[in-house]
Design a protein around this ligand. Structure first.
Ligand SMILES: [Zn+2]
Length: 195
């Protein structure tokens, strides 16, 4: 039954195309033109990320958009979600894979709203450097708690993730006072192969 449902979902949402290094280079140049410092990666201790060759559907996100992860991360997330559900914890997908272009759009919109680049880069990784590009990272939410806000760390979902996510290969990427100077993000979890 579950397999059937999964197949139908795959039919309804063909996987989006992913992009290679030429696109990343162009997007990074565009980001620099918007004000991302040329030495961003070095000073933040962040490495450029790659988009995966393939993406697997992981359900709809909280805005009813199809959400995607790379196949191994998608399988690990499905297992983790089932385990959480068995304890009445419903892990919501707020955001999963994001393309280089999409991340550039986020930065551009914030610039257009008048935010300065330093403030933008505390909350969002520069295009090319976001873990979301890799299809291994996702932002998780829970009903009754604000999405993408620190208060998510008071949710039962966060408590559950802290106890169990490691077992499924997921780690919190940006704890408090992380070395990248990125705001504490209790919602952002990344899957690492072999952990
Ligand atoms: Zn995130």
């Amino acid at each position: 039954m579950q397999g059937l449902r999964h197949d139908r979902s795959m039919h309804a949402y063909p996987p989006p195309a992913t992009h290679g290094l030429a696109t990343r280079q162009r997007v990074m140049a565009d980001a620099q033109a918007l004000g991302v410092p040329a030495d961003y990666g070095r000073t933040r201790q962040l490495r450029p990320m790659r988009e995966p060759a393939r993406l697997t559907f992981v359900g709809l996100d909280t805005q009813c958009r199809p959400a995607w992860l790379r196949p191994a991360a998608a399988a690990a997330f499905a297992r983790m979600r089932r385990a959480a559900a068995s304890e009445d914890i419903d892990l919501l997908v707020v955001s999963a894979w994001r393309s280089f272009e999409y991340q550039l759009g986020i930065i551009r919109q914030k610039r257009e709203r008048g935010l300065d680049m330093e403030a933008i880069l505390k909350a969002s990784a520069a295009p090319g450097y976001s873990e979301h590009h890799t299809g291994r990272a996702l932002d998780i939410g829970m009903h009754g708690y604000p999405h993408l806000e620190e208060a998510f760390d008071e949710s039962p979902a966060f408590a559950w993730l802290q106890r169990h996510a490691g077992r499924f290969g997921f780690e919190l990427s940006y704890p408090r006072h992380n070395r990248h100077g990125i705001t504490y993000e209790p919602w952002h979890w990344c899957w690492h192969a072999g952990r």
